[in-house]
Design a protein around this ligand. Structure first.
Ligand code: AP5
Length: 220
């Protein structure tokens, strides 16, 4: 492993619908870092109909976790090709084995961890109302951030779509998987000096302010 310091990795933990993607996209832009959403990488494989996409499609549609081997390969590959001073990991690690894997895969990079915390009732509302533009990827919410014209993207005018795993029954399964597999990851990091909790309830602007402040104290 190359021992030269190569920058920082921010692990953004939080429940499905906790706002990780929304906040990570903005933070990555502000910091000039890479935003690596493992969910987005997998969905792109599904959309392109690749061999990997065919393997993971059904698992994702039912809200279960894709295998650690597949995720490990994705994360290693992306970290090996980082061309920015830092990377925000959105959606990884999701269980204790992945957290252990990351300890080695990070090499000499500094690791900081933030858990964005949101009550479950809020999450169900956020996810069942989420829509996205299949062309530019902009994310909307029918309750909290609707497009100007119902069902159509403000930027592209394309009809918005809904993720297969945002049906209420699947959302509840994803929350169960989060409690079972990912909350132990929050515990794994909880007493480390490079860990912070952020209240993710509130409007995106408020949450962003809290997140930015927490990250600044960790990476200064
Ligand atoms: P992934 O894509 O990572 O899904 P997730 O973790 O369930 O998270 P979401 O993308 O649903 O939510 P988010 O926290 O990013 O919230 P967002 O900002 O979009 O994973 C999908 C699947 O891939 C997994 O189920 C699994 O199968 C597989 N997978 C991925 N990584 C894996 C791994 N490491 N191991 C194994 N399998 C893996 O916001 C949600 C909605 O709320 C939006 O509509 C948004 O506009 C709205 N919103 C956001 N913030 C606010 C706010 N403050 N107020 C009001 N509305 C808000």
């Amino acid at each position: 492993m190359n021992q030269e310091r190569k920058g920082s990795i921010l692990v953004l933990l939080g429940p499905p619908g906790g706002g990780k993607g929304t906040q990570a996209a903005r933070l990555a832009k502000d910091l000039g870092w890479v935003h690596l959403s493992t969910g987005d990488v997998l969905r792109e494989e599904v959309r392109r109909g690749t061999e990997l996409g065919r393997q993971v499609r059904q698992i994702m549609e039912t809200g279960e976790l894709v295998s650690d081997d597949i995720l490990g390969r994705i994360v290693l590959d992306r970290l090996a090709h980082l061309d920015k001073p830092g990377c925000i990991l959105d959606g990884y690690p999701r269980n204790l084995d992945q957290a252990q894997f990351l300890e080695k895969a990070k090499g000499d990079r500094r690791l900081v961890v933030v858990s964005v915390e949101v009550p479950e009732e809020t999450i169900v509302k956020r996810l069942t109302g989420r829509r996205f533009c299949p062309r530019c990827g902009t994310v909307y919410n029918v309750c909290f951030s609707p497009p100007q014209v119902q069902d159509f993207c403000d930027q592209c005018g394309v009809r918005l779509e809904r993720r297969e795993d945002d049906r209420e029954d699947v959302v509840r399964e994803r929350l169960r998987v989060y409690r079972e597999s990912t909350l132990p990851v929050v515990q794994f990091y909880a007493d480390r000096p490079y860990f912070r909790r952020v209240d993710g309830d509130g409007n995106p602007e408020e949450v962003y302010g809290r997140l930015k402040e927490a990250v600044e104290t960790l990476v200064q």
